[in-house]
Ligand binder design. Structure first.
Ligand SMILES: NC(=O)C1=CN([C@@H]2O[C@H](COP(=O)(O)OP(=O)(O)OC[C@H]3O[C@@H](n4cnc5c(N)ncnc54)[C@H](O)[C@@H]3O)[C@@H](O)[C@H]2O)C=CC1
Ligand SMILES: O=C1O[C@H](COP(=O)(O)O)[C@@H](O)[C@H](O)[C@H]1O
Length: 252
């Protein structure tokens, strides 16, 4: 991708993992919600993703969008996910297709399929359990936030079918810096390390596809999300595994 890549939600945790891992790999344009407390290393804009004029400017001469902006809380109130996650994503897609953006990478979530766990936990978080989701399953949101993420996937399906923009939905697991979540089986099953987070977004920007849903986790022994599609279509090659850690320290 030689053209500008727009990164929304750039100051957040996922945005930080991407900026740290891929700072020199792309001609980035960042969208920050509020003025950043640091001097960014690439051009940026500040404002709300639901601001039509702002996102039209943000999408000018852009080849790809990595859309992270949104309320990430699993218990986010409906009015927040409606405005920030659902409406904001629609506004950005409209601006992207209007500007001729070729590729849209969307930060979906494990919470878009959270209710697959209800009758299976905690066994499905353990290595002996063979239950697996591969991205072809219909969403089963676990909360209103998860509804907003599944809706973002559907919004992308429409804009792909209607306008031809390539879409990769990454159902991110649990991004935790430095080591997997401690004493938290769900988090260890879906841990995504910072370097694997940057890597899967790099792969999504480089690969060719039409419309995809993949899981964004490291190669954890406890996983119940298949990585086959991400490996096959994106060339994803995760380097980390939560099983190699114990209580926040590398085991062995
Ligand atoms: N951190 C994780 O483990 C996971 C994150 N995700 C998704 O990845 C994305 C990023 O998540 P995090 O970095 O963890 O969250 P974060 O809260 O650290 O970052 C989100 C950023 O988006 C900005 N933002 C929120 N609403 C906005 C709006 N209306 N307009 C412009 N900017 C807005 C916030 O100011 C913040 O800087 C979110 O969409 C979240 O749903 C999905 C699964 C797991
Ligand atoms: O979508 C998200 O999922 C992760 C993991 O979910 P959790 O309920 O096990 O914490 C969450 O940490 C993150 O904040 C959220 O955006």
């Amino acid at each position: 991708m030689d053209e500008t890549v727009l990164l929304t939600g750039a100051k957040g945790s996922v945005g930080t993992a991407i900026r740290e891992g891929l700072a020199d790999e792309y001609d980035w344009r960042y969208l920050f919600h509020n003025p950043p407390p640091f001097e960014p290393d690439h051009p940026y804009l500040v404002g709300d993703v639901s601001d039509e004029e702002l996102v039209a400017e943000a999408c000018e001469d852009v080849g790809a969008v990595v859309h992270l902006a949104g309320d990430p809380r699993r218990d986010a109130p409906w009015d927040s996910v409606l405005e920030n996650n659902i409406h904001g994503t629609k506004v950005l897609y409209e601006a992207a297709v209007e500007a001729g953006v070729e590729k849209f990478v969307f930060a979906s979530s494990n919470h878009a399929v959270g209710h697959f766990e209800t009758e299976r936990k905690p066994d499905l978080y353990r290595t002996h359990d063979d239950f697996m989701l591969d991205g072809t399953e219909l969403p089963r949101p676990g909360n209103h936030y998860g509804i907003s993420k599944a809706t973002g996937e559907i919004i992308g399906r429409y804009y792909h079918d209607e306008y031809g923009i390539d879409v990769c939905n990454i159902r991110i697991g649990n991004l935790t810096r430095g080591h997997p979540p401690v004493d938290y089986e769900r988090g260890q099953a879906m841990w995504l390390s910072y370097r694997d987070c940057a890597h899967i977004h790099d792969c999504a920007l480089q690969a060719e596809y039409d419309y995809e849903i993949v899981y964004g986790i490291s190669d954890n022994d406890r996983k119940y999300y298949s990585l086959e599609r991400a490996k096959e279509v994106l060339g994803y090659d995760p380097q980390d595994n939560s099983a190699e850690w114990k209580a926040g320290e590398r085991a062995g």
